[in-house]
Design a protein around this ligand. Structure first.
Ligand SMILES: NC(=O)c1ccc[n+]([C@@H]2O[C@H](COP(=O)([O-])OP(=O)(O)OC[C@H]3O[C@@H](n4cnc5c(N)ncnc54)[C@H](OP(=O)(O)O)[C@@H]3O)[C@@H](O)[C@H]2O)c1
Length: 310
């Protein structure tokens, strides 16, 4: 989160902060409807901070005159494309927990099969990305996170992994959204002729679009197998029962398996799985850290997740 600070009462020598600092939040209050986002549209909220300072080379003096510090703090508002999906819902949940405002766009809209408390904090917009009303979806957003992707015929895979994301990147760029984060996929060290199928080709086309339109802010995450509790209707598939132990085993065996990584396709067996929460936290890191952009491997996603995981 970026902030600008101005000291309105400078002291004659460099001020020395005391341990007691009073903070008073004047704004922001969380808007609860799209109409109220109008007022927040890419603007900065004012945060007033009142601190006590002592002159340098003097003893701490709690009666020193307080000075006012005015800080402008940018509120984050992210749009998750596919917020109802396995990865998308983990991102929505993590963002809500971090106090980030969240909008989700997916054909199914608000999830009806489960009712965790964070769900009420997300604005669920039902709609198909190919026919979206982008003015409504993107209004006031500081980042778009796309989890759009899937399997099917070659044609379908090119469409949802490639074209849908390319369309979304263009819409976000035209609307002036400053950051785009794409959930892509690891290439599993596959030979190039296998990477021409609709799934991988679509992903790589989408990546190129993000990186060319968002040169200094675009983020591409390339996870391998993602585990967690995948909800299918009212059922839950506990992928973590396999994924967790497998991740630990492959991490422990890395020294032995590394020589095999030059073999084509070896990563189908050796690429470590990653938890859906780690992917979600890496996204939160990407949203809040303006120095985080480019293409990120499985290990780098895990590293980014540790920066925001509590
Ligand atoms: N799961 C993994 O192990 C894994 C591994 C590596 C990479 N990935 C990538 O991670 C991303 C997320 O995967 P996932 O497992 O979370 O997929 P998922 O559960 O199938 O979620 C996909 C989301 O996209 C939405 N969606 C699909 N078509 C749409 C459209 N035309 N318009 C609007 N929304 C649409 C779906 O909602 P509706 O159907 O309601 O529209 C859903 O919310 C994908 O890009 C995938 O390739 C996944």
């Amino acid at each position: 989160m970026s902030s600008l600070m101005s000291f309105t009462t400078p002291t004659s020598s460099p001020p020395k902060p005391l341990s007691t600092t009073r903070l008073s939040l004047l704004t922001p209050t969380r808007p609860s409807s799209l109409t109220r986002h109008h007022s927040l549209n890419r603007s900065l909220c004012r945060l007033s901070v009142c601190c006590s300072y002592a002159e340098a080379n003097t003893k701490e003096n709690l009666t020193s005159l307080p000075i006012d510090v005015v800080a402008d703090v940018k509120p984050e508002r992210i749009v998750v494309l596919g917020g109802t999906g396995f990865v998308g819902s983990a991102i929505c949940k993590a963002a809500v927990l971090k106090g980030i405002e969240v909008v989700s766009l997916s054909r199914s809209g608000r999830p009806s099969s489960y009712s965790d408390p964070w769900i009420d904090q997300v604005t669920w917009i039902p709609g198909d990305v190919f026919y979206a009303n982008w003015d409504e979806v993107l209004l006031g957003s500081t980042a778009v996170v796309s989890t759009l992707g899937g399997f099917g015929s070659d044609e379908q895979m090119k469409k949802i992994n490639g074209e849908a994301n390319i369309l979304a990147v263009g819409a976000a760029k035209d609307f002036g959204v400053p950051k785009f984060i794409l959930i892509s996929v690891h290439d599993y060290n596959l030979p190039s002729f296998l990477l021409t199928n609709g799934y991988f080709a679509g992903k790589r086309n989408a990546e190129s679009e993000v990186l060319s339109k968002y040169t200094n802010t675009g983020v591409v995450l390339r996870p391998g197998f993602i585990y967690g509790k995948r909800k299918v209707g009212s059922y839950e598939i506990p992928l973590d029962i396999i994924g967790g132990p497998l991740e630990r085993f492959l991490n422990a065996a890395q020294n032995f398996t590394r020589p095999l990584s030059s073999l084509p396709g070896s990563d189908l067996l050796l690429a470590p799985p990653i938890s859906v929460d780690d992917v979600a936290f890496a996204v939160i890191n990407a949203v809040t850290d303006d120095d985080f952009f480019g293409v990120f491997t499985i290990d780098q996603i895990k590293e980014a997740a540790t920066k925001v995981r509590v």
